[in-house]
Design a protein around this ligand. Structure first.
Ligand SMILES: [Ca+2]
Length: 371
């Protein structure tokens, strides 16, 4: 089959080799192919990988997101920072270390961070993710050691070391990112982008309207949405459409490899769990956020003002999206308020509203195949 681009060639080659050697070898091979083709076709430029810090609470779908990131040469994962959410902080750190070790990537710092949300009790979800957070699949003990730095400090340090280059990809509650912001607000203009898995402008998965990552720390989320940096919100509006079902599992199980096989077990666990509730498949929440960090064209976004509800009786943790970026202006007149016009509000987030789910699911399967 013809390869569409050098990027595709890189991905195919590196996807089957361990990184960083895999990427280097793949890039070298691509370079030689391009040199050989130079006389007949204009050379393509191989884009530099995107530097990312992934803030995570593994978590079954986090595990898939981590593997996808490590299998994608478009990304240069500078660190994994760990936050409690799906499981406790200690369990999440242990799981991240085991995953990174399984992938043979102890060169990537893994740092623990917050122990609990900013202003509420921690809510864990072993019911959904298994008692160990990884679908009760027991991974070997990690050969990697945790970085001694506090995750928010590591985030601050790396952003300053690479101004304008770091994309933050938080796929858990936003506690660590909010702590980094609070400690050093000067990081805001130095961050390239923040791709958040979280929120929804249509439906919830914890309550009628709240998505888990936002619900688990609404005060942190409000701070992150209002920081002033570029936020892309990959929420349930799109992740619920990336339904990984039996046909996808069949494809994943048809190829073999240590990471491939682990992914198969995790996806089997999630599909079985979903079946108990009458669902035919399971959404790929966190992997889609990583996918969007790699290729923003997986989703279509709308720029809108998003507020995080922190007080509502039924709506705490809701991401309230203002589709038109307008609010009514009311002014006191006697004993009443009188509408006197319309005020514009500044949009603060690019909210993903549509997704090319089939293309993303195929992309995920291609990256996992034989890994
Ligand atoms: Ca997560």
């Amino acid at each position: 089959m013809a390869l569409r681009s050098s990027r595709e060639l890189v991905s195919r080659l590196a996807g089957r080799l361990s990184r960083p050697a895999g990427t280097a070898v793949a890039l070298a091979l691509v370079a030689s192919v391009l040199v050989a083709a130079a006389s007949t076709a204009p050379a393509e430029t191989v884009a530099a990988p995107i530097s990312v810090i992934i803030d995570t609470d593994p978590g079954t779908d986090d595990a898939m997101a981590i593997l996808l990131a490590l299998a994608s040469p478009e990304l240069d994962v500078k660190a994994f920072t760990v936050v409690p959410g799906n499981v406790t902080a200690d369990q999440a750190l242990d799981n991240t270390l085991r995953l990174v070790s399984l992938a043979g990537r102890c060169d990537i710092p893994v740092a623990g961070g917050a122990q609990r949300p900013l202003a509420q009790k921690l809510i864990t979800a072993e019911f959904v993710h298994g008692e160990n957070g990884l679908g009760d699949i027991e991974l070997p003990a990690s050969d990697c050691e945790a970085d001694a730095r506090f995750a928010p400090d590591l985030i601050i340090e790396m952003i300053h070391a690479m101004p304008g280059r770091i994309t933050l990809v938080p796929v858990g509650p936003l506690t660590n990112i909010a702590l980094a912001l609070h400690k050093d607000p000067t990081i805001v203009p130095l961050v390239k982008e923040v791709v958040v898995m979280g929120g929804s402008i249509t439906e919830g998965n914890v309550t009628a309207v709240a998505e888990a990552n936002i619900y688990n720390d609404p005060e942190a989320a409000q701070a992150v949405f209002h920081a002033g940096w570029k936020v892309t919100m990959v929420g349930l509006d799109v992740t619920h459409k990336t339904n990984f079902g039996a046909p996808h599992l069949e494809r994943l199980a048809a190829t073999r490899g240590t990471l491939n096989d682990f992914a198969t077990e995790v996806m089997q666990f999630l599909i079985d769990l979903s079946a108990q509730f009458g669902a035919d498949g399971t959404p790929m929440h966190d992997p889609l956020a990583v996918g969007v960090a790699i290729d923003s064209s997986f989703v279509r976004t709308r720029h809108m003002r998003v507020e995080v509800e922190t007080k509502g009786e039924f709506t705490r943790g809701q991401t309230v999206g203002n589709r038109y970026n307008m609010v009514e202006r009311n002014e006191i007149e006697g004993d009443r308020l009188k509408m006197t016009g319309i005020d514009r509000v500044e949009p603060n987030a690019w909210v993903a509203v549509e997704v090319d789910a089939d293309r993303f699911l195929s992309f995920f399967l291609e990256r996992m195949a034989g890994l």
